[in-house]
Write a protein that binds this ligand. Structure first.
Ligand code: ADP
Length: 762
């Protein structure tokens, strides 16, 4: 071992004292060199340049002082031994110096002890230096461990925790105080204790280190996957004395790993099962992947397809188009997102299949193109549907074009109108000039119609549903046209509310309707006049007629002998004519009453057979004259009926009178009376001239007489059957006629036995 030269710095202004000290030290065999400082300057220079191993200082100097030197030394390097060498045995001063940090003191009188003191100080110094060094590196290490991002834990060989760093506190949730002294099983699940022993501790002791992924437990009971790295701590003899290790929470990585696997699996399943074809091509446009959908789409198996070139599957033109897209994408992959286009591929039989392709460029981390990837979809059906839609649209457009009706569509949100050519021609407009907004449309409406129609339109818009109205609209020439506007509001595909409808010019129809209304009003007016006239005639006609009939009756009295037979014959004619006229007037008045709705019915219960017989009695004169037999058949089930007796009689009388009138001499009239269900049925059959089929309906109309019957001198005004029909109608009755031309007629009527059966008001 090479001997060290001890560097001694003296602080001394007495050179003989220094010499003495040197001699004593030399005598002890210590190799040394010295530096002597007499003042502060020299001392500092010595401290920095000479780098002393020990400082021996006089306490009191002329230009310097030992306490000051001590202070400087301690701040410079507190390991340098500082020894006071003084002559005066001033106890107090020495105590102060020792307190201030001096290592030792020596009285000059005892200079012999100096070498021992130096040795002692140097030994102390070396020991101190060693400890300091050791402490320094330990502290450094423990600080590293303490601040380590890994949870570092050490135990003794029994597993008792001996250190627990900050990261361990964070990871496990136990503070160092809580963990120290506990067994390491603290962070293991009870069910994993076997693993702890068998898989962790035993291999660790055997191999000196161990790496494992295990489940670990936190203070709050939650678990995580930890990645453990463990080592044994060995003693001087190499025997294991403890264990140390760190753990990393890799739960997230684990989850991410399994999520990645799952998503890969999902993607694979999707790719294998989707109907769309998924493919990948390298930069030479050779397919490197395709999913099984290619088989359904084009008839190739993936094995056949993979390795083939894009150009193998399409014609020259389509290939060039796609090559263009691919080159554009590869040239600037980072700004190329994806492209969608339609093209055609050949299927395995060489047939063209229209497809839609979505393609994109795949790049590596440095942005270089590595592949092209995308999907291909068979759009045969889509194209067919589009074509069908287009055709039907075309048809609709054509239909609208040729139709003079208008068709319109209104996008309510945007107030955009579409009008078919018919719509604007209807108003005299050319396409471009046609008003195209609801506001303009409103302006064209007749003000009176507008105020009625706008609420209808608004309601339809708000509630949906159809509208239908007639409206006057202004044409370009300033004329009003009547328009029938029909429409409906509904939600369009893009959720826009739309109204769609038609316009039909109904001006002509409206005009005809107006004329009809006018004609009806005129007819009603005329009818009213006629009825009023007839009502007036009641008095004006009947009064003189009553005189004619009454006075001719008086003159015809059988007791009156003053008249010649010639005069009697004329009087008879006057009387008959008067009666006929009265009958006609009565009939006309009845009809007028019926038409003006002031004919009333009075119900009463009576025997119908008696009424019929009474009416027959009234016609015996005529019957006898024409030698016509009247038979009456009354069926057994006949009962009293409830009806208007007056009108019942008139009905029966009219029918019998007609039968007698239109039956030649020696004929027969048969009256049948019976009850059928809830009705009484009366028929009057004759053997007369009969009625043509074409006349059978007409005869129930006013003033209708079958051609020639009047001229044949049967008389009447064609009002009888009209009244009959009306009287029956009032009592919910019916009448019909059966007849054979030249052989006779049969009139049959029915009325309810009681008005109750027909719900008639009494
Ligand atoms: P009229 O007063 O002319 O009898 P009606 O209304 O009673 O008026 O009859 C209308 C017409 O129906 C008659 O003019 C006659 O032509 C025809 N008609 C009615 N009853 C008979 C009948 N029993 N036989 C043939 N024709 C008849």
């Amino acid at each position: 071992m090479q001997e060290q030269v001890l560097k001694i710095l003296f602080i001394e202004d007495m050179p003989e004292d220094v010499e003495l000290a040197k001699r004593k030290i030399r005598e002890s065999g210590i190799t040394f060199e010295t530096y002597v400082a007499g003042n502060e300057d020299e001392f500092l220079r010595g401290l920095y340049k000479f780098k002393p191993d020990i400082i021996i200082s006089d306490y009191l100097l002329l230009e310097f002082d030992g306490m000051k030197a001590l202070e400087i030394t301690l701040t410079y390097d507190d390991t340098i031994p500082f020894m006071i060498l003084t002559r005066s045995a001033n106890e107090e001063l020495i105590v102060d110096a020792m307190k201030a940090g001096a290592n030792d003191y020596l009285l000059k009188e005892r200079i012999n002890r100096l070498p021992f003191a130096i040795k002692e100080a140097m030994e102390k110094r070396n020991a101190l230096k060693e400890t300091k060094k050791a402490i320094g590196s330990l502290e450094f290490l423990s600080q590293i461990i303490e601040q380590s991002p890994y949870a570092v834990v050490s135990t003794d060989m029994h597993g008792t925790i001996t250190s627990w760093n900050k990261s361990a506190e964070r990871l496990y949730g136990y503070s160092a105080n809580e963990a120290l002294g506990q067994n390491i099983s603290l962070v293991y699940l009870e069910s994993d204790f076997v693993i702890l022993q068998k898989d962790i501790i035993e291999p660790l002791i055997e191999n000196g280190s161990n790496h494992k992924q295990v489940r670990l437990k936190r203070k709050d009971g939650t678990t995580f996957t930890g990645s453990l790295s463990l080592w044994t701590i060995r003693g001087r003899a190499g025997q294991p004395i403890g264990m140390v290790g760190y753990a990393l929470d890799i739960t997230k990585e684990k989850e991410a790993e399994s999520a990645l696997k799952e998503s890969e699996e999902r993607y694979r399943l999707l790719a294998e099962n989707t109907l769309d074809c998924i493919w990948m091509m390298n930069t030479d446009l050779v397919f490197t992947y395709v999913n099984p959908a290619i088989y359904t789409m084009l008839g190739f198996t993936p094995e056949e397809w993979i390795g083939s070139k894009l150009s193998d599957h399409c014609d020259e033109e389509n290939f060039r188009k796609m090559l263009g897209y691919a080159q554009a994408g590869m040239a600037d992959p980072n700004n190329f997102t994806s492209i969608t286009f339609q093209t055609e591929f050949f299927n395995i039989n060489g047939k063209r299949v229209p497809v839609e392709i979505i393609g994109k460029v795949l790049t590596d981390e440095d942005g270089r193109t590595i592949a092209l990837q995308g999907t291909t979809k068979d759009i045969t059906n889509k194209l067919l549907a589009e074509k069908a839609l287009k055709e039907s649209e075309e048809r609709l457009k054509l239909a609208m074009k040729v139709s003079e009706h208008g068709f319109w569509e209104w996008d309510i949100e945007s107030d955009n109108f579409y009008f078919s050519p018919g719509s604007y021609k209807m108003f005299g407009y050319e396409d471009e000039e046609f008003p195209m907004s609801i506001e303009k449309w409103k302006e064209m409406m007749h003000p009176d119609d507008r105020k009625n129609i706008m609420p209808v339109i608004i309601r339809s818009i708000e509630e949906g549903g159809a509208f239908n109205f007639e409206i006057r609209m202004l044409t370009i020439s300033g004329k009003w046209r009547w328009i029938l506007a029909k429409g409906s509001t509904f939600k369009g595909e893009n959720k826009n509310r739309r109204a769609i409808g038609t316009l039909v010019d109904i001006t002509e129809r409206k005009k005809a309707e107006e004329q009809m209304i006018l004609a009806r009003i005129a007819a009603e007016d005329a009818n009213r006049c006629k009825n009023e006239l007839l009502a007036n005639m009641n008095h004006e006609l009947r009064t003189p007629l009553s005189s004619v009939i009454g006075y001719s009756d008086v003159l015809l009295d059988p007791g009156n002998d003053n008249l010649t037979s010639e005069q009697k014959k004329h009087l008879m004619t006057i009387n008959t004519a008067g009666c006929k006229l009265l009958n006609l007037v009565n009939n006309m008045l009845d009809l007028a009453h019926i038409e003006s709705d002031d004919m009333t019915i009075r119900f009463s219960k009576f025997d119908p057979v008696k009424s019929i017989e009474k009416m027959i009695e009234g016609t015996t004169l005529l019957a006898k004259k024409k030698r016509i037999t009247i038979d009456v058949n009354v069926h057994e089930n006949i009962t009293d009926i409830t009806a208007d007796i007056d009108k019942f009689r008139k009905i029966v009388y009219n029918l019998i009178e007609n039968a007698l009138k239109f039956t030649p001499e020696n004929g027969t009239v048969t009256v049948d009376v019976m009850i059928r269900n809830d009705d009484i049925e009366v028929s009057v059959e004759d053997t007369g001239i009969g009625i043509n089929e074409s006349d059978r309906k007409r005869i129930f109309d006013p003033f209708v007489q079958v051609d020639g019957s009047h001229t044949r001198g049967f008389g009447g005004a064609g009002l009888g059957l009209v009244l009959v029909k009306e009287y029956l109608k009032m009592q919910k009755g019916t009448i019909w006629v059966e007849s054979e031309n030249g052989k006779g007629s049969k009139f049959t009527f029915r009325i309810p036995v009681s008005p109750l059966f027909r719900g008639n008001d009494i």
